[in-house]
Ligand binder design. Structure first.
Ligand SMILES: [Zn+2]
Length: 469
């Protein structure tokens, strides 16, 4: 009896070991600029929407394994997205501004995506910003300067991955080389099908082996550098969820498995603009894409690994400004990003002429930020907005530029007052050294606990997915 019990036990244990196997399907989500407070703030905001003080966890916030990740680069206490992306892609720290090379710019370092491709996995690289931006390019390009967008585009084609997605290329035509063809023609020559928007993807994907999914030309006319913020999203715009579904469609055709990196690139942009409502909606939007991966995980729980992390924190966001209070609930009344509201105001100024009165602008502020009706303002705050209106009309206040956006004084004053009312503080318009979180579920997820250096994350993924063997 005893012996046969142990025989069964051994059999059971060996089945368990077999079930563990390699992580055949890897989802690697990177929330650009998503520090611990960006996540905690979003979960606090979600609870506030339910009228509660506390947190309502995101999907990835409930993953069973979590850790804290250090993010400094080889040359700076505060990393940029190129060195941060490179650390997460190749497992080595480098100089700020560098993509996929060492800090001396002498050696190209292979990324886990390139290793996965060599091992016969399908590979997808996707983002909500342009396909050649710092984070995605860290997985397929090797250049000394992240601004070499045309060269990065050429290396995207050379890497020969199965799926790419983002808003578009930033420099499809080259002014410096003798290329007679632009990047779109070069992609087609290399066997890529270019889809513009999700409907176009659905039409073309059945007959395509390799796909580059970009947003529609109409969306590019508004902004070709990124897909719209979740808070500003027009109907029919390409979303990170669409991109994740499209990627799974293409990549899961490979019987050997896949590696799929998906970046929420505009979490960082919202933080550079110190725009909390826009930020929290971007984190929720990244979570919607994670949910698509989670559905896949539920169908393949033993073979799938999902890792969610960030390259660095942006803005030095603080949840609380000193009064032992927090009013994230006010942020639900903000209907547009500060950048989009700035454009709305500028357009109305052009079209309304004499009707562009203080009463009219006050109405706009009420509709877009809930001021006075839902978010009470004192006289001083009202006077600040009135002065901003006056300065704007008289043309004495220049637009201010944040890293990725331009704002007129009415929009920036409204955004700052909103942050004060919500009691959210910002340290800067740049990045910080703060820890970023990592969340993991599935095969190999237990590797992602405790205190981890950013360079160890790709090494751990390569280990559990057996890319390096
Ligand atoms: Zn940034």
């Amino acid at each position: 009896m005893k012996r046969s019990f142990f025989t069964y036990l051994l059999l059971f244990l060996s089945c368990l070991t077999f079930a563990q196997g390699r992580a055949k399907y890897v989802f690697y989500f990177i929330g650009d600029g998503m520090g611990v407070n960006q996540v905690n703030g979003t979960e606090t905001y979600l609870a506030a929407l339910e009228g509660r003080i506390g947190t309502t966890p995101l999907c990835f916030g409930q993953f069973p394994y979590t850790g804290l990740v250090t993010t400094f680069s080889a040359t700076n206490g505060v990393t940029d997205s190129a060195a941060g992306g490179t650390a997460l892609a190749v497992g080595q720290k480098t100089k700020n501004g560098t993509i996929g090379m060492d800090k001396g710019h002498t050696t190209e370092i292979k990324s886990i995506a390139e290793e996965a491709k060599e091992k016969g996995y399908a590979v997808g690289i996707a983002t909500s910003v342009s396909v050649d931006h710092a984070t995605p390019s860290s997985f397929y390009a090797h250049v000394k300067d992240r601004g070499m967008y045309h060269q990065i585009g050429k290396e995207l084609i050379e890497a020969n991955f199965d799926f790419y997605a983002g808003s578009d290329f930033l420099k499809p035509e080259s002014k410096n080389t003798n290329d007679s063809k632009d990047l779109y023609s070069q992609c087609k020559d290399a066997g890529y099908v270019i889809a513009k928007g999700y409907d176009d993807f659905r039409k073309k994907s059945k007959k395509a082996d390799k796909v580059i999914l970009l947003q529609k030309d109409t969306a590019n006319k508004e902004d070709r550098t990124s897909i719209p913020y979740a808070i500003d999203r027009p109907k029919g715009a390409l979303t990170l969820q669409d991109i994740t579904r499209a990627g799974i469609n293409i990549l899961s055709r490979n019987g050997n498995g896949f590696f799929f990196m998906i970046e929420g690139g505009k979490i960082d942009w919202a933080c550079h603009s110190n725009d909390a409502a826009t930020l929290f909606k971007e984190v929720i939007d990244l979570d919607e894409a994670v949910k698509v991966a989670y559905e896949f995980y539920e169908q393949h729980p033993d073979e799938t690994l999902i890792v969610v992390t960030a390259d660095h924190e942006t803005g030095g966001i603080a949840l609380g400004t000193g009064a032992y209070e927090l009013h994230t609930d006010y942020l639900k009344y903000q209907k547009q990003s500060a950048g989009a509201f700035s454009k709305t105001i500028a357009q109305l100024h052009q079209t309304k002429g004499k009707d562009f009165s203080w009463e009219f602008v006050r109405q706009q502020l009420q509709e877009n930020f809930g001021f006075w009706t839902n978010v009470p303002l004192n006289n001083r705050e009202t006077e600040r907005l009135q002065k901003a209106y006056k300065d704007f009309c008289e043309g004495v206040a220049k637009d201010t530029r944040t890293l990725y956006e331009s704002e007129n004084i009415i929009a920036s004053t409204a955004r700052k007052i909103m942050a004060q009312k919500a009691m959210i503080g910002w340290t800067s318009g740049g990045h910080s050294n703060g820890y970023v979180p990592v969340f993991a579920i599935g095969n190999g997820a237990k590797e992602f606990t405790g205190r981890i250096d950013n360079t160890d994350i790709p090494k751990k993924i390569a280990k559990v997915a057996e890319y390096a063997q």
